[in-house]
Design a protein. Structure first.
Length: 242
């Protein structure tokens, strides 16, 4: 493998295929970037604080592979950034996207693949395996079979259907019933809720029975579980599209 000289006289790796690592863990992004450079790739890391400017800026002359984390923390303005929300924009700018995530977030991975990511590899894998997967993706090799791709798309469809069903049930609640449910999810008891709203205990019990009926569940525990599950669905995660 030989290197060539670019127009500015800088050495261009023989692969000629840039790799951009977007991750909020500096040690990981630096280690991966250095390892990729040693493999001959034109690799660099992009801090989360710069993601917004990068996404809104002009399309670069050369695009390649983006190694993208899902949980990116906060951007320069303090907004939480969800990596899955970046995939579509990156693909539109001509980048190939590989998800590398430290969290067990199957709905997030499914959403990213449905948006155009070519696959994913967990950070829990050994660094050698992770580097080999990223290198293969950067060379344009497939890192996911068609069967695996279709399986992720089917998971995404199921997650979206579940999310819509949860939203349908929760939309039945009145604003006050939703407040009561949120307080139940915080661990508040009926007596505490009655005191908070300055109403009688029978009133709160009636509201709780109405909540259970509208959510089609038989216990407060099930109602609270649905409420918490809805908040964790891909469309409701803390995140911001850039």
């Amino acid at each position: 493998m030989t290197a060539t000289l670019g127009s500015a006289g800088a050495t261009v790796p023989a692969f000629g295929y840039p790799v951009l690592v977007i991750d909020d863990h500096e040690l990981f992004s630096t280690s991966l970037t250095m390892a990729l450079r040693s493999e001959g790739f034109d690799a660099r890391a992009l801090t989360v604080a710069c993601v917004r400017d990068f996404m809104n800026g002009p399309t670069p002359g050369r695009t390649g592979l983006v190694v993208l984390d899902l949980d990116l923390g906060q951007d320069a303005e303090g907004n939480w950034v969800n990596g899955a929300d970046l995939v579509e924009g990156l693909r539109r700018h001509g980048w190939t996207v590989l998800i590398v995530s430290g969290s067990v977030d199957r709905p997030g991975v499914a959403a990213a693949i449905a948006a155009g990511a070519i696959g994913s590899v967990p950070k829990s894998r050994s660094f050698d395996v992770l580097l080999a997967t990223v290198s293969a993706a950067a060379r344009g090799e497939s890192v996911m079979t068609e069967q695996e791709h279709q399986a992720w798309l089917e998971r995404h469809r199921r997650y979206i259907a579940r999310e819509r069903e949860l939203a349908r049930r929760l939309s039945r609640l009145s604003p006050r019933e939703r407040e009561v449910l949120e307080m139940l999810a915080e661990g508040r008891r009926a007596a505490s809720i009655a005191e908070h709203f300055v109403v009688s205990m029978p009133t709160v019990r009636t509201q709780i029975r109405s909540i259970l009926t509208k959510l089609e569940v038989s216990s407060q525990l099930e109602a609270v579980a649905l409420f918490r599950q809805q908040r964790l669905e891909p469309g409701n995660r803390r995140g911001r599209r850039l």
